[in-house]
Design a protein around this ligand. Sequence first.
Ligand code: BTN
Length: 246
Amino acid sequence: FGRQIKYSEEVESTQLVIQQLVQAGAEEGALALAELQTAGRGRLGRVWHSPKGKGLWFSVLLKPEWLNLADTPQLTLLTAVAVCRAIRAVTSLDVGIKWPNDLLVGGKKIGGILLEASVENGSLRHVIAGIGISVNLAPEDYPAELLEKATSLSIAAGTKIDRAALLNRILTELEQVYALYRTEGFAPVKLLWEALTVSLGRRISSTTAQGPIEGFAERIDDHGALSLRMDDGSVRILYSGDIDFR
Ligand code: BTN
């Protein structure tokens, strides 16, 4: 991964840069990286705050042609595992994964992952894995309302973090976990994710199309979805969305 790199000072979103690379015939592992995003995208249509020079804002092209569409949530968990392992290795911070793929330190978000799949005739063409990590942002780089629930690696670690070293490690981890997934399937990736998550074994709430729900987060199913045990004993499966801890 990262053999082809498109580096920019400023872009709308590195997700869009990869789309252009795809049209130009880019191969799996192509990387788009920017110092500043003017229209960084978050999950669920949100904006991703991407100030200049202090974060790692990048996207990687994946072409898992063998993968069933129903299993794409697995890629989300896989990416979170790779990024979490890399941050732990480079910073020694106790980073955890909040389902599906938020990265938390001390309960605050330090990074997020956005997977965008391109589908043609019902099958997967490519996936763009967008990774945003607040590396060296200072408290004054955040709007006040974000600071309540977000932080950066440098704030948490009390020291500046080498962005290049972290990017390098993420690409290595991603390549390794992806290779494991390709050869062994989801089971070993799921084990890694379970070991790093802070979401299982607790009561959570979420807002679904049918309204708010609350239940006990029991396990991850074989597609990578979250399985909830409801108070009446029934099981609910969450495929996407946001959860809150109760
Ligand atoms: C989330 O937690 O909501 C996901 C955030 C993903 C942000 C990254 S930054 C690089 C890539 N380009 C984007 O526009 N978004 C992703």
